[in-house]
Design a protein around this ligand. Structure first.
Ligand code: ZN
Length: 178
């Protein structure tokens, strides 16, 4: 089921999401709906607060691309937590399904290690770099009520783009992946 994506100005996007205490059918249905909603919106990630649910759950899916490590995989994570991050960072443009029509430049650690529960409630540890690491960090920020516009490299590093193309991973962006 495609859920309504909350847009900037909706207070739910600024609230902190709660830890999921039990991985049950409701949480799995939420994740499945989020995957469907993300795909319908041509996004590469979605966090539960973006569909109005204040629970710590997110999905990430970047179309398979040989230049992007970890692409072509659908990540559905519960209670994700960054346990390690590289000192090395990189800057790139990001968009957000909750901020249609805008893209901004954000600096983030290049590599991260994430601990989480998977859709079945199993404990997993995920090493990610480049784009997958960036999108995971963007979605984990949503769980804290943080948006990419809070983290711009400079106040003017934000641009208007055609709606629906905010999160598109262009060839140019893929080539920029370290
Ligand atoms: Zn977002």
């Amino acid at each position: 089921m495609i859920r309504e994506i909350r847009k900037i100005g909706d207070p739910v996007l600024r609230r902190k999401a709660r830890k999921v205490e039990k991985v049950n059918k409701d949480v799995q249905k939420l994740l499945d709906d989020m995957i469907e909603t993300m795909r319908a919106g041509n996004g590469v990630g979605l966090a539960a607060p973006q569909v109005g649910v204040l629970q710590r759950a997110l999905v990430v899916e970047i179309e398979a691309n040989e230049k992007i490590p970890g692409s072509g995989v659908t990540y559905a994570l519960i209670n994700p937590e960054i346990v390690r991050q590289s000192e090395e960072t990189w800057e790139s443009q990001e968009g957000c399904l909750s901020i249609p029509g805008w893209r901004g430049e954000v600096e983030r650690p290049l590599r991260i290690v994430v601990k989480a529960l998977d859709r079945e409630g199993n404990r997993i540890r995920l090493e990610a770099e480049g784009w997958v690491a960036r999108v995971l960090q963007h979605e984990i920020d949503h769980l804290e009520g943080v948006l990419f516009i809070d983290k711009l490299t400079a106040p003017d590093r934000v641009w208007r783009v055609e709606e629906g193309r905010e999160e598109e991973t262009t060839e140019e962006m893929a080539l920029a992946t370290p």
